[in-house]
Write a protein of this length. Structure first.
Length: 159
């Protein structure tokens, strides 16, 4: 399985980078996972609604250019569907059985995702109704991808 995470913004915290790298290493026998980091739009300290919309639009254009044709696109969206780890594992299994082995997850910027990116998504996934930093959600996502593979294989999972 090939999994890509397209994300707006860079990881700034060393502890998050270390955690992400650990899960990427653990995922090596299970899948090929690539992370595509896109630049955030520069914004004033207190942006207007129009400036936010413009930033979302420009980030959305860059996100769409990073998405491969034919990939199963899943966007992370606070208003999306919440799944258990077991349900995510079952979703991976179902997609694989249907011949869909190319998945792309998208994590938007600070102000969210453009309507065009949301419309292109096959699914919207929410980790919680709570708000997390986009940097932190990347760590949570790679951990859940790893956990899904372990669940699918019936292997124990311990950190």
């Amino acid at each position: 399985m090939k999994i890509t995470i397209v994300t707006v913004g860079k990881i700034k915290e060393k502890y998050l980078t270390a955690g992400i790298q650990e899960y990427l290493k653990r995922l090596t026998p299970h899948c090929r996972l690539d992370i595509v980091e896109l630049n955030e739009e520069r914004m004033p300290d207190n942006p207007s609604p129009a400036e936010k919309a413009q930033a979302i639009s420009r980030e959305g254009e860059r996100i769409q250019k990073s998405i491969r044709p034919g990939t199963h696109l899943i966007v992370l969206d606070v208003a999306g569907q919440m799944l258990s780890s077991e349900q995510l594992a079952a979703k991976f299994d179902t997609l694989a059985l249907a011949g869909q082995s190319d998945l792309t997850f998208v994590i938007g910027g600070a102000f969210g995702l453009s309507p065009d990116v949301l419309a292109a998504a096959k699914e919207r996934l929410s980790f919680s109704r709570m708000t997390f930093t986009h940097q932190m959600i990347r760590l949570l996502l790679v951990e859940q991808i790893y956990r899904a593979f372990k669940i699918s294989r019936g292997e124990p999972y311990h950190w």
